[in-house]
Write a protein that binds this ligand. Structure first.
Ligand SMILES: Cc1cc2nc3c(=O)[nH]c(=O)nc-3n(C[C@H](O)[C@H](O)[C@H](O)COP(=O)(O)OP(=O)(O)OC[C@H]3O[C@@H](n4cnc5c(N)ncnc54)[C@H](O)[C@@H]3O)c2cc1C
Ligand code: FES
Length: 262
């Protein structure tokens, strides 16, 4: 059974313009959450929007029972969430979907763009806590420097990171994927990526050419979150469709038919 809760807001603060970290008291979800998975959230005090919104797990503390998401305000649902002060409640259910699989080799490269960074931070924290020697490198992109998120958490997890911004206000000027080919030189790596679709498409193209195992956490418009409405399908390589919510959201890059992706 997927836990469905009325979860108390414990903390809610702005980390970057229009980007917020929301922490909930949600022990059953926090206990089960794994990197790559997501939760559905919805305000309790309004019918509009009716449908919940999906957010990747940014941090889960199974002992403390808390769960955090990092989100950007883009429309009605995220706008409603933003109005929640500590002490208020939201409807939360999850964790939903699958999780990242353990890397092959001793090098991990994370590629995150915008609000695709949260699940990668959670994954970096969990990988860093494993008693296995592993080098973790993160490539983090945003439109401009003030919108780069998750860097504090990556530092704390002792992850080496490089940044890219569209306007050059921090790190490399250009796409975060420009940094990927050089980062893949040398040791065999496994790549995990989450971010806008054009970024994921570029990651898939680069890593397919270098035969680097790659997992992508995809986003799609979602209504039910549990595989029932078929609103979130993507084309599979070799034919057929997969549901991002229940077959994913994490997919091997080679399983996606990029020629049919919108
Ligand atoms: C598995 C999954 C994990 C996600 N994790 C995060 C996260 O960690 N942080 C975060 O900020 N967002 C995340 N999202 C995206 C988030 O769900 C949307 O931003 C949210 O649903 C927008 O709701 P809204 O009512 O505010 O916007 P709406 O009013 O519904 O839409 C506003 C604008 O955003 C676009 N939009 C809506 N949903 C999506 C989507 N899923 N992908 C791309 N564009 C969309 C619409 O086309 C429209 O242009 C995730 C989505 C999925 C499917
Ligand atoms: S959101 Fe309903 S099937 Fe995926």
């Amino acid at each position: 059974m997927i836990p469905i809760l009325e979860a108390e807001v414990l903390d809610h603060y702005e980390v970057a313009p229009e980007h917020f970290v929301l922490t909930l008291d949600a022990p059953p979800i926090a206990e089960q959450a794994r990197p790559g998975q997501f939760v559905m959230l919805r305000a309790l005090d309004a019918w509009d929007p009716l449908l919940p919104r999906a957010f990747s797990v940014f941090h889960a503390d199974s002992e403390g029972g808390t769960l955090s998401v990092l989100y950007r305000v883009v429309g009605r649902g995220t706008g409603r969430l933003r109005g929640h002060e500590p002490g208020m409640y939201v409807r939360a259910w999850g964790p939903l979907g699958n999780q990242f699989r353990l890397p092959e080799g001793e090098r991990v490269v994370l590629v995150g763009g915008g609000v695709g960074v949260p699940p990668l931070v959670f994954w970096a924290e969990r990988l860093a806590a494993l008693a296995v020697p592993m080098e973790i490198v993160a490539l983090i992109g945003a439109q401009r420097g003030e919108l780069l998120v998750g860097l504090e958490q990556l530092k704390r997890a002792r992850v080496t990171f490089r940044c890219a911004t569209d306007d050059g206000s921090a790190g490399h000027r250009g796409y975060v994927t420009d940094l990927l080919p050089r980062t893949l030189e040398g040791k065999r790596a496994t790549v995990y990526a989450c971010g806008p679709m054009p970024m994921l498409r570029a990651v898939a193209r680069i890593t397919e050419a270098t035969e680097t195992p790659t997992e992508l956490a995809l986003e799609a418009p979602m209504a039910c979150g549990v595989g029932a409405c078929l609103g979130c399908t993507i084309p599979r390589r070799g034919g057929g469709y997969a549901r991002v919510c229940s077959d994913g959201p994490v997919f091997p890059a080679r399983d996606v038919d990029w020629s049919l992706m919108p």
